[in-house]
Design a protein around this ligand. Sequence first.
Ligand SMILES: [Zn+2]
Length: 455
Amino acid sequence: MHRFAGELYPICRSITGDGIRQTLSMIGNRIPLTTFEVPTGTAVFDWTVPKEWNIRDAYIKGPNQKRVVDFKKCNLHVLNYSTPIRATMSLSELKPHLLTIPQNPDWIPYRTSYYKEDWGFCLSHNQMLALKDGEYEVCIDSTLEDGHLTYGECYFPGQSTDEVLISCHACHPSLANDNLSGLAVATFLAQLLSGRDRRYSHRFLFIPGTIGAVTWLARNPEAVGRIRHGLVLTGVGDKNRFHYKKSRRGNTEIDRTAAHVLTHYSESPEILEFSPYGYDERQYCSPGFNLAVGCLMRSVSASFPEYHTSADNLEFIHPRQLAESLRVCALILDVLEDNRRYRNLNPYCEPQLGRRNLYRSTGGESIGADINARLWVLNLSDGEHSLLDIAERSDLPFVAIRDAAELLFENGLLSVVAESSAREAKPNEVLPPDISPGQRNMGRRKTAAHSREAR
Ligand SMILES: [Zn+2]
């Protein structure tokens, strides 16, 4: 993933143009990706798809005719979406168009001007202080014209048309944590899912920030209606602990799943309440949609000094942290996939587990975690509690609870109840009857079969 981020790093991306196209094409070499082109001027809710921006070169030449600021050395040097300019001007005329970070004088800021036509250069504060009075030649060889907004989708159909959405923004130029880390983890997560038989359908979106999410939501009302759970992925490559920002609803299955997985499989994670500032969860959680979409991050946007600067580079993200992030994402998808309700077929007192070789053979010593998990599953499997409910209440990892439930199911002690998401999503729907183990073939790891039959 770090190597892939390194391949994407030099590309000058923006919310439109060839940079994002090239990026999507490189992602498409790894996963089945469909790209969409939406013409400039298309109305999308309260927004309009902007003109397409492309850039070939940009520089400031000093009085000695040498390039003192050079886009070819770092694409952050140009105010992203700058209109073209070729001019000669004095330093005092140039200065209003120069952007720096005085508190971090060696870093180049990343700045944009998408919706107000302007031009400018970003440079280190020390670089600016070194500029001497004189005439400067300024060139931004860009175009801002009618064209298209481009985004990519990777869709894996599951047994159900209910969807899990993974969304990440693909519009930032040479910035690693925000958000090449998200692109790399999402791409590898899609590779992991590829070819698997899953209950849910999965949709990965690689879109320009804000306008891309607005555009996708405006163009896909039917798919929007099928989204049951979603994650925005960003800033997942740095060394900070995990942060999960809840959906606007705050207690959805994805919120509880992310919190559970992070609590059991990562060091001191922090769960954050929803706020209307951040990434594309703002659009997915706008009141008209109010989708169950949260945001998984390590460092939170705008909270770390390297954010939107040249210091968010390939040294700021790390293979180990990317790998941990991928693992957490895969675990979250697994919990969503396997979370279901069972019914204890022997609800009057405990069933005799010892007779079925499901209890310890010697009385007296304390029980192990595996037996404890079985007792929890049997006790709470009243048809109302999901495996995630049981994992939360017992404070045992979901995987232990799921494995216990599968063992008990295979031993004829549980039946499967129609899954929770369908129940929550369609309260008026007549649910199929419970499935008892006698109605299906026995075997290990029958989760996919449970789901098909339960439906
Ligand atoms: Zn950003």
